[in-house]
Design a protein around this ligand. Structure first.
Ligand SMILES: [Zn+2]
Length: 165
């Protein structure tokens, strides 16, 4: 049997500060469970402030400017500094000056490639190699009343908040 490395998937709103109503959260979690296999663990989580979802890469991390759309590749030193900064405060409260055009933006509005997400609420599938289809993401978004992004976190690296009990 192939030794597949397992990962988890976070499904988060585009708007980092969006928190869906509790009943929509519950319905979305129920819908999510119908999209996955029996062994996949699904959960939802919510936090008091915006969380960082994902990891920066030391080799090929770029940031994308929401102001001028310019993509800037970061060297290792920049990635290290950015990593320290990212976890120093809620990312909505960290001002960041874009290297491309000098725009000053909250860290949570900076685009990352590969993606790093920012959210106060999310759905999670743990220990899975699965990702959701476009239609499934759209369906969950309809239930939650927001556009969603899916982020795959590889190799058992644990990031992001604890799921609700
Ligand atoms: Zn820019």
């Amino acid at each position: 049997m192939a030794d597949l490395s397992e990962s988890s998937v976070e499904i988060i709103p585009h708007d980092p500060e969006f928190i869906p109503p509790e009943n929509a959260q519950v319905r979305a979690l129920e819908a999510l469970r119908t999209f996955v296999a029996d062994g996949d663990e699904c959960a939802k989580w919510g936090e008091d402030y915006v969380q960082v979802i994902g990891l920066l890469r030391s080799e090929d991390q770029a940031i994308v400017c929401p102001h001028c759309q310019e993509k800037t590749f970061l060297d290792k030193g920049d990635v290290f500094c950015l990593g320290e900064e990212l976890f120093s405060a809620p990312p909505t409260d960290i001002p960041f000056i874009m290297p491309c055009c000098g725009a000053e933006l909250p860290m949570s509005s900076v685009g990352f490639d590969p993606i790093v997400g920012f959210a106060q609420f999310g759905l999670r599938i743990s220990n899975t190699n699965r990702t959701l289809s476009f239609e499934q993401i759209k369906k969950l978004g309809e239930i939650l009343g927001c556009a969603l992004t899916q982020i795959q976190l590889s190799d058992g690296v644990s990031v992001g908040p604890e799921p609700d009990a």
